[in-house]
Design a protein around this ligand. Structure first.
Ligand code: NAD
Length: 394
């Protein structure tokens, strides 16, 4: 017998299932990536395929409505799945008490008490805020805010050239914005294989994404003409004026006020819920999965952990191999990898060999007219065991 407590409210203030991924993250961004890419391809690529398209125009409101319809269908689909599978949906905020008692404050303000044999915490994460660039929900926004604009900002600034900065920057660049990304680190996409991140940086710059590395934002504030940003590198300071600004400097786990003090749910110093390999927390029969615990903040990692915990509760012996979690960045070309990078193998002193094929050598890629990028496979030089696969390409 399962109850799922969730406090998400949609933009109309109605309870909705699906959390960040469905409502304000993966799915709406993928819808906009798809729509903006179609618009871009019609303009950039149709001619080369012998297709002349005149009078293409953009209806951003309609594009947003299409994205919202996808989100609506999926979140309502979960509600239907809950019905079919007899999962009780309780819309409200949960507080974990000792002995797996849970108090839920419903949106009406009333309280409901639950007791469970097992509890799974999957509270996810929220965007990190930058004190020097306070959000105003209008021109200075986080990743969720940038999914709902109804017109294309002529000049868009983004703080952070990480996964979200690149995906949202790609959407608005394709729709016509001039996009500047200010990234504090000197290294671009440091978690990716170096060869891949170098290639990605070149390709994105060619597309017109103005990626400035090693630049720290000192202040950003709304002015009459938009948003004025002060930023600096090791040697000099600069100013930039944009019409809108997205702050995309990472996410932090949602663990504030989740458990009463006497519950003894252990958090680490950055607020992540402490778990072992099997997602067990410090409290017996209380598990935690997803963005709220260690590891990459990826929806497929979260759901894999969730399935494993459900199987464990049901008496099975599942195993999640964290080394096999793939990464995907939904830019164009797309980026994907799994396993070790060359730099991590060098650091570990592992002898390896690599095989690399450029998409230029693929007949299929040439037929698509999409020859940028490569596939690289890294294998143990003695045993030939595949240790990592890195792809940038169509
Ligand atoms: P991120 O960690 O990928 O990137 C944030 C970037 O901001 C970093 O490069 C960091 O150096 C930079 N930064 C931090 N402070 C800064 C400052 N003051 N000035 C300039 N730059 C600064 O985080 P994100 O892009 O916000 O994404 C959040 C999480 O969501 C990540 O864990 C990401 O993996 C996940 N996510 C994944 C996908 C996907 O898998 N396709 C898509 C979206 C988000």
């Amino acid at each position: 017998s399962v109850a799922c407590v969730d406090d998400w409210l949609d933009r109309d203030g109605k309870p909705a299932l699906g959390g960040t991924c469905l409502n304000a993250g993966c799915i709406p961004s993928k819808a906009l990536l798809e729509s903006s890419q179609l618009y871009d391809r019609l303009q950039q690529d149709a001619h080369a395929h012998g297709i002349e398209v005149d009078g293409i125009s953009l209806d951003v409101k309609a594009m947003m409505a299409s994205k919202d319809a996808t989100v609506h269908d999926l979140t309502h689909g979960i509600a239907a799945l809950f019905d079919t599978n007899k999962v009780a949906w309780i819309a409200g905020r949960a507080l974990l008490l000792p002995d797996r008692h849970v108090t839920v404050t419903l949106h009406s303000g009333e309280q409901q008490a639950l007791t469970a044999g097992h509890v799974i915490i999957a509270t996810g994460s929220v965007p990190v805020e930058l004190p020097v660039a306070p959000l105003d929900g209008d021109v200075i926004v986080d990743s969720a805010g940038a999914l709902n604009w109804e017109e294309v900002p002529p000049r868009l600034g983004i703080i952070g050239a990480g996964v979200i900065g690149l995906e949202l920057g790609s959407v608005w660049r394709r729709l016509g914005a001039e996009v500047v990304l200010l990234e504090a680190q000197d290294q671009f996409l440091p978690m990716a294989d170096r060869q891949l991140s170098r290639s990605a940086l070149n390709l994105f710059r060619k597309q017109g994404l103005d990626i400035r590395l090693g630049e720290r934002v000192k202040a950003a504030a709304r002015t009459d003409g938009g948003v004025l940003i002060d930023y600096e590198n090791d040697t000099e300071g600069h100013q930039l004026t944009v019409d809108r600004l997205i702050v995309a400097v990472g996410r932090r786990p949602c663990s504030d006020g989740l458990a009463a003090a006497e519950t003894e749910l252990l958090l680490d110093e950055r607020g992540y819920i402490h778990v072992d390999e099997e997602c067990c927390t410090s409290v017996p029969e209380v598990y935690a999965v997803g963005d709220a615990v260690r590891g990459p903040m990826l929806a497929h990692k979260s759901s894999e952990e969730g399935v494993a915990v459900a199987e464990r509760i049901a008496g099975q012996k599942p195993h999640v191999d964290f080394n096999l979690i793939p990464w995907v960045i939904y830019t164009w070309p797309e980026i994907a990898w799994v396993g070790q990078t060359e730099q991590s193998l060098k650091d570990a002193g592992v002898k390896y060999s690599t095989g690399k094929v450029p998409f230029m050598a693929s007949g299929r890629a040439r037929a698509m007219g999409e020859t940028d990028g490569f596939i690289k496979i890294i294998a143990d030089s003695e045993t030939d065991t595949v240790l990592g696969v890195h792809i940038i390409g169509p």
